[in-house]
Design a protein around this ligand. Structure first.
Ligand SMILES: Cc1cc2nc3c(=O)[nH]c(=O)nc-3n(C[C@H](O)[C@H](O)[C@H](O)COP(=O)(O)O)c2cc1C
Length: 304
């Protein structure tokens, strides 16, 4: 029997499959299709200090092998999450990762305190949202700001802090090093890649915000390359994501250096995708004669 457990910065997941922020809400809808305890962890929709309505519609556009979104952090706010959503999620035997976005380092600090006290298992600091005007991407593209937010989050959190990196940079290892130096316990990558689509008849961008973030199978090779680069650059566990829709895709991210893997956009086409990916991944690991799925992590054999 394959041992599917993985350890993400001290948080033990019963298997390496996570659902990433923004693609799974707070689990209520998907919970009607499968038992949420089947997952390694649930990363909840990005939380902000106050409720947010998000951006005007249309905020999703289809693309070949992916989607472009500009949801803009629609969420009920951190207090409503703690009061209404967390107790529901806690009824399942699954680790809960709270994803947070702030406009200032202080806002990140406040949310870290509240969420640690509320008993989430881990906090994911989103410094890479391409769809909000203030904060958001600015923190994820400038090493000194990324380090400052990480340091404040660490100071206020009593659970492990994972920082979510943006792919919208020239050298992702520069940000990874800055965040590691500021004390992050883990890294997650990649967030969506900025993109744009235009309706050729109306000559209007399809998204009301003009641009959005690309996710889904189209981004997998970018995610694999960036996980590989970050794994070589810093000594922190990585939650890899971006375009995973099969067990083999998940294995690629693990071979590149990921400890655990998130399955996001794939759930929009197949609600069972995270559980299917878990089963395909374990079948693949068993076929290869592994005892533990964690043996895949970083086991790529690069040329030259
Ligand atoms: C509709 C949508 C909403 C998202 N919202 C968030 C969010 O609130 N916070 C965040 O850190 N990432 C958010 N993401 C990014 C995902 O967590 C993930 O990094 C990205 O989609 C790549 O994985 P995938 O290709 O498996 O979807 C969102 C993605 C989508 C498609």
């Amino acid at each position: 029997m394959l041992d599917q457990k993985v350890n993400l910065a001290g948080v033990e997941l019963k298997n390496p499959i996570v659902v990433p922020s923004g693609t799974f809400g707070f689990g209520r809808e998907y919970g009607q299709f499968f038992d949420l305890s089947e997952l390694g962890a649930i990363c909840v929709k990005g939380l902000t200090p106050q409720p947010r309505e998000g951006n005007p519609a249309p905020r999703i556009a289809e693309t070949p092998m992916g989607i472009l979104n500009s949801v803009g952090l629609q969420n009920p706010g951190v207090d409503a999450f703690v009061a209404q959503e967390l107790p529901e999620l806690r009824r399942h035997d699954v680790k809960i990762i709270a994803n947070i976005s702030g406009n200032t380092p202080e806002e990140y600090g406040e949310m870290c305190e509240k969420l640690s006290a509320a008993g989430v298992d881990m906090i994911e600091v989103n410094i890479s949202c391409p769809n909000v005007k203030a904060g958001g991407l600015a923190y994820g593209t400038r090493p000194e700001l990324a380090a400052e937010v990480t340091e404040v989050a660490k100071r206020h959190a009593s659970v492990p802090v994972m920082v979510k990196l943006s792919p919208n940079v020239t050298d992702i290892t520069e940000i990874a090093r800055a965040v590691a130096g500021a004390g992050a316990d883990a890294l997650s990558l990649i967030n969506t890649i900025r993109g744009m689509r235009i309706d050729v008849k109306t000559r209007r961008p399809i998204l009301k915000m003009n641009t959005g973030g690309l996710s889904g199978p189209a981004v997998l090779p970018v995610a694999v390359r960036m996980v590989w680069e970050v794994h070589a650059a810093v000594d922190l566990p990585i939650l890899g994501m971006g375009g995973v829709s099969t067990g083999a895709d998940a294995a690629e991210l693990m071979l590149a250096g990921a400890t655990a893997v998130a399955v996001g956009t794939a759930s929009f086409a197949d609600v069972y995708a995270p559980v299917r990916v878990r089963d395909e991944l374990s079948a693949l690991a068993e076929e290869q004669g592994l005892q533990r799925v964690s043996e895949l992590t970083g086991a790529v054999r690069p040329w030259g």
